[in-house]
Design a protein around this ligand. Structure first.
Ligand code: AMP
Ligand code: MG
Length: 418
């Protein structure tokens, strides 16, 4: 087992072990936020035929070469084409067909004149404009042609993807399975939110923040509860999570006398790939796999609430996204200008919780304040995590640094942009 890895080394090991899960079929309607596990190649063209973009008249451009408001051209209206019907007649010279939006263009016609540019009188219509060839006609296949690769595997299903799939006649779609994550908390001091906190107890907030982070990452969390600090109980609860894809425990994978988790992992056949990552917050992170059982990946997150969320953010989230089939594993980043000086000891990379503000086309960042790993409230304020490189000891006011964007609400405007 390796120890004292850089975050980059640790992430590489995690992503080697995390591989995309198999596919399952879901109703297209219910596929939002899922990740495609198939290539979508169109077997149809859209629109299926040339059709009208307007209510008006299907005409022959050659008949209207001299048409104008002062000099209208009169055409005989021979028939009507409504949306959804296939015209069985063609438009002959000197004639027009009444047509509605979305209706197929009849043979012979090569433009549509808007109703507003005409005047109808019984079986005849006066045309006031000279259309150009193809005007107000939506061409067959202008959206999608037969054989087009419309979506690639790894695409995230959003409203537009769902609409396009529906229009291609796909009511079901193959997507990657969502990783199942079992979450275990451990510690004699922990209670559930409705529990009694007198006598040195605290609420197991990690159970809640981690489950929410799992959902945000597209995974399906289940909760294994709180294990008291005894090897038997840790072991018993962990066993209940062996059929998941990932097992996350928080607290206990450390070096304290009551940190039994490592011993239990050994007994249950979990090989640790590393323990300890040179980052702050979040050093005591353990990662491995329950090899013997062909079992889940194992993340032993630190117990401190911010450290737990931070290590989840940096390692578990990309792993879950990779398992869920995502091609984009990481948060977007920006370069932001510091509005205050930051200092630390060289050696470990720090992720600094920062408030981000937009300043024209630039971004300003400042620390949320107290960066202690127990100050969970700082994660509410943090819009991003500023990467303070391992070897650096000072970032000056005015320096630029990379910020992982957790919440892009600094882009939000008070009102609409129009
Ligand atoms: P440990 O790793 O057990 O030494 O815990 C480190 C710190 O994290 C201690 O202050 C614990 O009380 C706290 N802690 C451990 N587990 C949780 C949890 N599930 N929720 C909130 N805090 C926790
Ligand atoms: Mg503990």
């Amino acid at each position: 087992m390796k120890t004292g890895l850089t975050p980059a080394e640790a992430l590489e090991i995690v992503l080697q072990e995390a591989t995309p899960l198999g596919a399952e079929t879901v109703a297209t309607e219910r596929s939002r936020d899922r990740i495609l596990a198939e290539v979508i190649t169109s077997t149809r063209q859209l629109p299926p035929s040339d059709n009208s973009a307007m209510d008006g008249y299907a005409v022959r451009v050659a008949d209207l070469a001299r048409a104008s408001r002062d000099n209208p051209v009169e055409l005989a209206v021979e028939f009507e084409v409504a949306a959804g019907m296939v015209p069985d007649r063609s438009v002959e010279a000197g004639r027009a067909a009444r047509i509605f939006t979305g209706a197929a263009i009849p043979a012979g016609a090569d433009a549509v004149v808007r109703q507003e540019d005409t005047e109808r009188d019984g079986g005849r219509v006066s045309i006031f404009v000279r259309p150009s060839a193809g005007e107000h006609i939506r061409e067959a296949g202008e959206d999608i042609r037969i054989g087009d690769r419309v979506l690639e595997t790894g695409a995230s299903m959003g409203a537009a993807e769902i609409g396009v799939l529906a229009s291609l006649g796909r009511s079901v779609v193959a997507v990657h399975q969502r990783p199942r994550v079992a979450i275990l908390s451990g510690g004699d001091e922990l209670v559930e939110p409705d529990g009694e906190i007198a006598g040195g107890r605290i609420v197991s907030s990690n159970s809640y923040s981690i489950a929410a982070q799992c959902r945000e990452a597209g995974a399906r969390p289940t909760y294994l509860g709180i294990a008291r600090d005894t090897p038997d109980e840790i072991s018993r609860r962990m066993l209940a999570g062996m059929r998941s894809d990932v097992l996350i425990s928080s607290a206990g994978v450390s070096v304290g006398d009551r940190d039994y988790v490592r011993g239990v992992l050994d007994k249950l056949g979990c090989t640790l790939r590393f323990w300890g990552v040179e980052m702050k917050p979040g050093y005591p992170l353990a990662f491995g796999r329950f090899d013997a059982a062909g079992g889940p990946l194992m993340f032993g997150l630190p117990g401190n609430p911010v450290s737990a969320m931070m290590t989840f953010e940096q390692f578990v989230r990309p792993a879950l996204r990779k398992m869920a089939g995502h091609s984009r594993l990481f948060r977007p980043t920006i370069r932001a200008r510091l509005t205050e000086r930051l200092e630390k000891k060289p050696g470990r990379l720090h992720f600094v919780r920062v408030v981000v503000e937009r300043d024209g086309d630039e971004f300003n960042a400042r620390s949320t304040g107290n960066q202690s790993s127990g100050v969970l409230r700082s994660m509410i304020q943090a819009r991003g995590l500023l990467v303070f490189p391992a070897e650096a000891s000072v970032l000056r006011e005015g320096d630029y640094a990379t910020v992982q964007v957790l919440d892009a609400d600094f882009f939000h405007e008070a009102g609409p942009a129009f």
